[in-house]
Write a protein that binds this ligand. Sequence first.
Ligand code: KE4
Length: 433
Amino acid sequence: MNTETSRALFGRAKALIPGGVNSPVRACGSVGADPLFIQSADGCHLTDADGNRFIDYVGSWGPLILGHNHPAVLEAVMDAARRGASFGAPTELEIELAELITEALPAMEMVRMVNSGTEATMSALRLARGYTGRDTIIKFDGCYHGHADTLLVGAGSGVATLNIPGSPGVPASVVAHTLSLPYNDIDGFRKVMAEKGDSAAAVIVEPVAGNMGTVPPADGFLAALREETRRRGALLIFDEVMSGFRVARGGAQILYGIEPDLTCLGKIIGGGLPVGAYGGRKEIMERIAPQGPVYQAGTLSGNPLAMAAGAATLKELKKPGFYRRLEGLSGELAAGLLKAAQDAGIPAVGNRVGSMLGLFFTDRPVRNFEDAKTSNLDLFAAYYKGMRDKGIYLAPSQFEAGFVSAAHTAEAIDRTVGAAREVLDGLRDRFGK
Ligand code: KE4
């Protein structure tokens, strides 16, 4: 495959932008590949700077559940752009998106728009600390909630990982109140809550984890979080930046019937433009400035173009049968990929919730970050590169989720499974059992 234009662009980018990218995972470092520079996209396809065409399962890391360039989204953005890109003043579009979100997520009685998932989680945690007057935050290993300092703790193994900064530049004092526990470990969580729950401001969780690869919640896990936080007076925060409007209309809280105190959203609610949001019960959200004392602000929060893209997207999701069709396509893909690995004698397990899925090259069930880390990363890298050479664009990391969009067709799924069969069969000698 000719990728010389991407290579040249990557060289230019690296001279001016750290790692040549504006977000680390795009550099494809963990799979030993160079990034492709994308020229355009439509439906379920991407076209790179050399004119190579791919079936896209990254979907901009989740936002593009409708596929690229959906006519309704494009028209809404163009219409908004003609009227002005940004005013720094309230617009009706913000109310429209707020209504679409809160109608689908009744636990969000009020919502504040921000510009990214990081801003959403960072603000929700400040609000939880302001509302409860407590400092301790509990998160889970392998869950990623954006790059706010207080959440960048090293994901430890075993019992609670206490306040280990996960990046240079994060002072130990800033993560001194952040605990990270094993995901899906109900007993371990209950033990920590018995000890520290009374000083906990919040427990934040990806109700369907997507940042260690796709890992669903174990039976009873979310209910245990809900029960213990209620008992101890801590807030339960669902980080649905990825799962929101992905795993169901609304999100995991609708799918599993667990009502959090606060919800963080992003990705899909912006339809590909920069939007994050956080929201919850009125009596909590009323503490947010200017109504209350907890400060949070943003020049481009509620940007009209982003609101238009998000509203157009959420309206499409309301159409009858939308999720049912996505479920069928995603199930086909997941089953086909797993069978391709099995037929090639390659150990693999598949996890899927709705149109969010992942294939782990390991021989054990993947229920937490430790399990996910038993995957064969060399095999994943070879699989990634083999699939890309065959025109299939996967997330360049074993610890990311894949996404099916409404623009994917049965033919695209068949092509993808066929490519996987060829690639994995070619890896049998090197990695097969
Ligand atoms: P952003 O700040 O990147 O908009 O959102 C942070 C975030 C928060 N919560 C969850 C559950 C998330 O998945 C994310 C961001 N997801 C990553 C993909 N794993 C974004 C891709 C990237 O970092 O470039």
